[in-house]
Ligand binder design. Sequence first.
Ligand SMILES: [Zn+2]
Length: 206
Amino acid sequence: MTLGKSQDSVKYAAMTRSTLLPLQPSRRAFLHRSAQVAMLGSALGLAARPARAVPLNVRSLMLDHTHTHERIDLVYATGEHYVPQALGTLNYFLRDHYSGEVGQIDPQLFDLLHNVRQALGSGVPLSYQIISGYRSPLTNARLRSTRGGGVASHSLHMEGKAIDIRLPGVPLAELRDAALSLKAGGVGYYPRDQFVHIDTGRVRTW
Ligand SMILES: [Zn+2]
């Protein structure tokens, strides 16, 4: 690790110097001197300092399930990478609470939740209340027959691409508007049942 870094700084010093001083007696001597420069710099605490780490985009979620009464607070992604274990935990957390079946939730849905919270600009980490996550086809059909309107026959809940939420402390219309502002999927407003449906499907609203 340390070796790698010092090699990098030698390379970097070499690059910098070669642009400034194109005529070098020999590459070997040049590298040797560059290494000395790098070591000197290092001794002075100037060079060879690891480049300032790019702040990792660590994304977390706090969820509170209204049916199972389970709660989680976890980091699910860092930069470009989703945390596999966290995704597994979230899949289970958002299981079909009627049948217990665990679905595969589209990780982009977690980013959507994260981004909605960011869009709201609250400095306080707020916990979502989850009304519904994954739904098995059977559960969806049952809900459709008992509730009718509001339950689509090809609900994106069955594909793990939809979630019904509310955010205590944030008016429901404000939550909806934050989701709409992202133009990142579907947003359904259900003031009577006090939840907003968001999904990673086409951009649409109802
Ligand atoms: Zn929904």
